[in-house]
Design a protein around this ligand. Structure first.
Ligand code: GAL
Length: 836
């Protein structure tokens, strides 16, 4: 063989190896990145992602949630991994039911979507203890999230467990699976600034450890400016347009675009306008962003005791595009779907060139992505929060509402404007379907100290050290002896009992009589009980029921935060002055009697005597209630209206649907909500003056057709007669759109009529047109009003085309409504139709 031949044969050999390599890659996939984007199988991609946390819904809900995410234009589902759900005690793993991570990922794969797996294992997420198992706190010598050997060993163990599980199931993209990205740690950057050198070392270690696991897909660290190569640092926030990664060869990624915010008991319910959310995404993409994740896309529910401390509510709805119950939150879901379509039309231009940016006027900005081959996309922005602007661009004039961006995928046609809602909106209602439960009650006696007490000490103990978070409840019990010659007996001026607690709720009982309840707030969980109490001569039993509402989910060394009665506990007004009870003998009892007896299960409930009929307890603390009911017909999601109750927990067929606390009223001002201007979590809130959470989601799959066993533990006192099973249903659907594709945006190229689409949920039809106005109507879905210009035949067309149909369409043009009611004005058509 001559050298030439040898060369050729070698080249052929190399070629076939290369071909083999490419084939393997094509079959199994590759994920890399460059300065522009994540590359999947060698292709740069604009990736739209959304967070759905698998334990915050049920496996029966997952396929529908994933399908709705896909129809909403998502490419990726992002989830955290919930360590405390998976490893409840060291080395004992749980991956069943709502914690069936593999099943969840496979469902995403079946739907043809990718997965971004945020293993953490610290996750924050308003999840109990930020995802850490409580036992981790008691590992000798442990310090969380820093250069601490016991912590690092436990963390590495769990990360390896998850990665090897994913590998065994062939779930990484390099193995043909859907996982294209992973995350290590979570928002550690700000902690690093406070901790200093050990934290910097820990960051390096975490990155190296993760990368060393050879998953074949990139790792990211969010809010971590010094993320070591090759880990990508990413942005979290309401806006991220000005974010830049720490190296110019990393793509600009947004891991948490907050679609709303979480609710706390005692707080108002946050809402983020769809227009502002879309605006933030368009702004990020025009500035070179290529990966956006909505946190949350479906928020779901903090079932059981999974919500974190500082009073996080059971609902984790988050004002996400899919609501807590799995229904579309319109117009947010539809508006984002339209935005995603517009962005995808721009994808070739966005990914191949950098934009040319110009500033044609005050608060106006234009980004043009023009490829040599001809692809061209433009983003026209008006940052003014009050005034619209008319912008001349190319051969057209484009009308830009305040605080909005128009997207032109061919540099000519504005197919989308972030402030113009083209999608349907809907008004959701909670309708009572069963409010005639026949309740039985069992009153739990307050615990008090006795000679048989198992746990005693001459000091006050931190609550979680005792309960290990196996329950929210811990009894602190002590005895107080009152001498017959105490002065207060004659004066009648009872002594003052003062109890200082680190939180979160305290019920005080003296000789089994309820003497008061105090609770903290999310802003300051600490509380003080200070009140005069009835003491008798001789022995008195003081029983303090301390209640935790979840463990903290973050902040500096949150493993050291305390809960419970840490003292001092004092009695003032005795002959001796103030008596400090803090160092006398205390007995402890973990949990409620009803918890020990498993009253939330049918078998457990047989162990006590229940009363029924007119005798049932009302407005009494520490009461258990039970009833059974049959599941009503229909397919709507269920909830319990708990507005007549105070605080406690609810179980259905043995499943905990979470803590209820409708007695905690949302404080503060809600005010008007105008979409334009920088959004903050205190803007656009709702529910002020009402319970922060009135309804509690009951997953359909937890119900049997009949004989459902419902148990409520009520701590404060309430009237169960007010509890009802309600269905969440679309009461009406609305369209509210301008008459041209984008009014005025294509003034020179002629107007295109738009069409109002209405769609009732499956099984429902439009029964009535509640409102219709072509002209200048005002208000929103559910409260539209005619404006100063209104076409009198506005109702005719929707009545003709829609009544009796599940879906219908009305062309928005003057001739359809009997002529132009106000020539020269940009008109809208607002319509509200009832679905039944
Ligand atoms: C982020 C955090 C998330 C979640 C969110 C607020 O800072 O990474 O896990 O807690 O805030 O809802």
């Amino acid at each position: 063989m001559g050298s030439q031949d040898l060369m050729e044969s070698l080249l052929r050999g190399k070629l076939s190896i290369l071909l083999l390599f490419l084939w393997v890659c094509a079959a199994t996939g590759s994920v890399t990145y460059d300065h522009k984007a994540i590359l999947v199988n060698g292709q740069r991609r604009i990736l739209i992602s959304g967070s759905i946390h698998y334990p915050r819904s049920t496996p029966q809900m997952w396929p529908d949630l994933i399908q709705k995410a896909k129809e909403g234009g998502l490419d990726v589902i992002q989830t955290y991994v919930f360590w405390n759900g998976h490893e409840p005690s060291p080395g004992k793993y749980y991956f069943e039911d709502r914690y069936d991570l593999v099943k969840f990922i496979k469902l995403v794969q079946q739907a043809g979507l990718y997965v971004h797996l945020r293993i953490g294992p610290y996750i924050c997420a308003e999840w109990n203890f930020g995802g850490f198992p409580v036992w981790l706190k008691y590992v000798p010598g442990i310090v969380f999230r820093t250069d601490n050997e016991p912590f690092k060993a436990a963390m590495q163990n769990f990360i390896e467990k998850i990665v090897s599980m994913m590998k065994a199931e062939r779930l990484f993209q390099t193995q043909g699976g859907p996982i294209i990205l992973s995350q290590i740690e979570n928002e550690f950057g700000p902690m690093e600034t406070s901790i200093g050198a050990p934290a910097i070392a820990y960051t390096k270690w975490a990155a190296q450890m993760a990368v060393g696991l050879n998953t074949g897909v990139p790792w990211i660290m969010c809010k971590q400016e010094d993320a070591p190569d090759p880990v990508i640092n990413t942005c979290n926030g309401f806006y991220c347009e000005n974010f830049t990664p720490n190296k110019n060869y990393k793509p600009k990624m947004w891991t948490e675009n907050w679609t709303g915010w979480f609710t706390e008991f005692g707080g108002a319910v946050p809402r983020r306008p769809a227009q502002d959310l879309a605006f933030s995404v368009a702004r990020f993409v025009q500035n070179g962003g290529s990966f956006v994740n909505y946190y949350m896309y479906h928020g779901g529910t903090n079932f059981g005791r999974t919500s974190s401390g500082r009073f996080k509510a059971t609902s984790y709805d988050f004002d996400a595009p899919i609501d807590e119950y799995g229904l579309l939150n319109e117009p947010k879901w539809g508006h984002l779907r339209d935005l995603h379509k517009a962005i995808k039309l721009c994808e070739p231009a966005l990914l191949s060139v950098d934009p040319t940016v110009s500033w044609p006027g005050n608060n106006l900005e234009v980004h043009v992505f023009k490829e040599k081959s001809g692809a061209c996309a433009a983003f026209l922005a008006n940052y003014d929060t009050k005034s619209s602007a008319t912008l001349t661009f190319g051969n057209g004039k484009y009308d830009l509402p305040p605080w909005s961006i128009s997207i032109l995928p061919d540099c000519k046609t504005a197919v989308f404007n972030t402030a113009r809602l083209g999608s349907q909106s809907s008004e959701m209602k909670m309708i009572a379907v069963n409010s005639g439960f026949s309740w039985q009650s069992y009153n739990e006696e307050p615990a008090s100290s006795s000679v048989d007490d198992q746990i005693t000490a001459y000091s006050l103990w931190e609550q979680i050290n005792v309960t290990r978070d196996s329950t929210d409840y811990l009894w602190y019990m002590t005895d107080v002896n009152i001498n017959p010659n105490e002065g207060f007996i004659k004066t009648g001026q009872s002594p003052l009992l003062t109890v200082m607690s680190a939180g979160h709720v305290l019920h005080v009982f003296i000789n089994s009589q309820h003497s008061g309840t105090v609770y903290g707030a999310s802003s300051s969980p600490k509380l003080t009980f200070s009140d005069r109490v009835n003491l008798r001569v001789g022995n008195n039993k003081i029983s303090l029921l301390s209640v935790a509402v979840g463990l903290p989910n973050g902040d500096l060394h949150f493993e050291t935060w305390n809960v419970g009665v840490l003292g001092p506990v004092t009695l003032d007004g005795l002959n001796e002055g103030i008596r400090d009870l803090s160092r006398q003998k205390w007995s402890y009892k973990i949990g409620l009697k009803g918890e020990t007896l498993n009253l939330h299960t049918i078998s457990g409930s047989a162990s006590v005597e229940w009363v029924q009929g007119s005798l049932i307890a009302k407005n009494q603390p520490l009461t258990w209630y039970k009833t059974t009911f049959n599941t009503p017909a229909g397919n709507d999601p269920w909830a319990l209206d708990m507005s007549s109750m105070g605080k406690g927990q609810v179980w259905i067929n043995g499943h905990s649907i979470g803590r209820h606390w409708p007695g905690y009223i949302a404080n503060g001002e809600c005010g008007e909500c105008y979409y334009a201007g920088t959004y903050t979590k205190t803007k656009c809130r709702t529910n002020c003056g009402e319970p922060s959470q009135r309804w509690y989601h009951v997953p359909r799959s937890w119900l049997n057709p009949s004989e459902n066993y419902l148990v409520v533990f009520e701590e404060f006192g309430g009237d169960p007669a007010g509890i009802s099973l309600v269905k969440r249903t679309t009461a009406s659907v609305c369209a509210d759109i301008y008459e041209t594709l984008m009014t005025g945006q294509m003034l020179d190229s002629g107007n295109v009529n738009t069409k109002a689409h209405l769609l009732c949920p499956p099984g429902k039809k439009i029964s009535h047109i509640k409102f219709a106005s072509y002209g200048l109507p005002q208000g929103n879905c559910g409260n539209f009003q005619e404006g100063k210009c209104h076409a009198h035949k506005s109702y005719n067309a929707p009545q003709r085309s829609c009544i009796g149909k599940q879906t219908c369409m009305v062309t928005v043009a003057p001739e359809v409504f009997g002529g132009d009611p106000c020539p020269g004005f940009a008109k809208k058509f607002s319509v509200e139709a009832l679905c039944s």
